[in-house]
Write a protein that binds this ligand. Structure first.
Ligand SMILES: O=C(O)CCC(=O)C(=O)O
Ligand SMILES: [Fe+2]
Length: 256
């Protein structure tokens, strides 16, 4: 079997086997009780996490760093770069076992983000002291809801995923929490409902997380696509990685 076929097929069987041990009803209840949020320390099969670590090493030379005073500091790699250099991640993103399980959890059909969304799947790197992201929501620019799946890949850090539940639910008092996202761990949430942040890395620390974005309606008005792309270019991937698909996947200045 070719490496690409293996990458496409490999993770599905492994995740299906692992998910068979989960108590789906209890996890669904926890997700609902927490206002569309779930954290699991042990989610991915070990061999899948290992493939993700290898994928991270494969794209390490492509990390785009940003510094937005007061909001964010760190590195990212977009789906366009992942498609070229780490196809295992693209295969996992589309794994029917994974997507089917997430659909059961959130109780509605999920679609992959369209091919021109640089954030459909992406890696975040926290490798220098002070790397962090401030309080925010993962706002949906789509016509439907946007769900975020965070998977821990590397964590030799003191960083925490801090969150506040129910901030947009009028009848419920907010609840705060903080978790470490270990390799193979999961956080899954409705991006417009979970306020969250990643606390700053210390000296000599390394944290890498993988994000998958699924939507309930892949339509997006052109103006919102523009705003979303600008945000991705400035806050995450840089203009080259954000728009690289439009350049036919080549690096460069975008001119033909
Ligand atoms: O690194 C993470 O685990 C999450 C980062 C995040 O919340 C974001 O980039 O929107
Ligand atoms: Fe976020």
């Amino acid at each position: 079997m070719s490496a690409v076929a293996d990458a496409e097929r490999g993770p599905d069987d492994a995740v299906a086997r692992k998910f068979a041990s989960f108590d789906d009803a209890r996890l669904r209840q926890a997700f609902v009780d927490q206002g569309s949020f779930l954290f699991m320390e042990d989610f991915l099969p070990r061999e899948v996490t290992q493939r993700l670590v290898e994928a991270v090493r494969a794209v390490q030379g492509e990390v785009h760093r940003n510094y937005l005073p007061g909001h964010k500091q760190g590195g990212s790699v977009s789906r366009h770069t992942i498609d070229r250099m780490a196809p295992f991640i693209a295969g996992l993103y589309r794994s029917p076992a994974l997507v089917g399980w997430l659909e059961k959890l959130c109780g509605e059909p999920l679609l992959p983000s369209p091919d021109d969304d640089p954030h459909a799947y992406a890696l975040y790197f926290y490798t220098r002291p002070g790397d962090h992201i401030g309080w925010h929501y993962d706002t949906s620019y789509y016509d439907g809801r946007r769900y975020t799946l965070l998977l821990g890949v590397v964590d030799d850090s003191s960083c925490r995923l801090e969150y506040r539940l129910h901030t947009r639910t009028p009848q419920r008092p907010p609840e705060s929490g903080a978790v470490r996202l270990p390799p193979g761990g999961l956080a899954f949430f409705d991006g417009d409902r979970l306020q969250h942040r990643i606390t700053p890395a210390g000296a000599g620390e390394e944290r890498v997380s993988l994000t998958f974005e699924y939507v309930t309606n892949a339509g997006m008005r052109p103006w919102r696509r523009f705003v979303s792309n600008m945000k991705d270019a400035v806050a995450y991937f840089g203009f080259r990685q954000t728009f690289s698909r439009l350049q036919g996947g080549r690096s460069g200045d975008g001119r033909p």
